[in-house]
Design a binder for this molecule. Sequence first.
Ligand code: AMP
Length: 208
Amino acid sequence: MVCIVILGRQGSGKGTQSTLIERKYGCLHVSTGDMLRSAVSARSELGMKAEALMRSGRLISDEIAIGIVAERLQHEDAINATGVLLDGFPRNLEQAEALEALLAAEGGSITLAVNLEVPVEVAVERLLARGRSDDTEESIARRLEDYEIQTMPLLQWFEQRNLLFSVDGLGVVEDVFYRVSSVIDSVLDVACQQASPTSKQTKRQSRC
Ligand code: AMP
């Protein structure tokens, strides 16, 4: 199974690009932020635990975040998916190591990480413009700070594994997606060739 991780600070366009990746490659989009927001709306136990932290822009505990991803990957649609796109996870080294272990347990691994690069000032502008309920100035500042401290070291973690592909996230959505899909195509083509040098075309059509 292909496992794509999308990285980038809040406001980098991860959600928008994830929807386009999901549509083009038929991967299952797993967004921890979306799962948590649904849990908050449903007033579930998880939602109650996460709500205040999310509103103040803090991360929920690694244990809970890893738990919801582990559980999500056990669902039938995930087991049968040809690919999974992880959005909002991993957020730190501990979560990255846990993801590696989760995939390895099923004989899999992370295929690539796409890092959407957008300067902080642009990200803040975009976040204030979208006006989500957890997008107050204070929570935005905290989330961006957390990103620098916790998530930036992940870039090196992915780079050391030759899995990191940084893409300029500025410009219109279509242009950014062109860059994103070029990166994904190049990695999938290499993966397909390694899997079966003779049936590259067939494999490419089914996105591995
Ligand atoms: P997002 O939509 O990815 O920006 O996530 C919204 C909020 O959900 C974050 O500010 C965190 O409070 C929480 N959250 C989402 N994913 C994670 C994660 N992997 N680890 C910890 N907290 C998370």
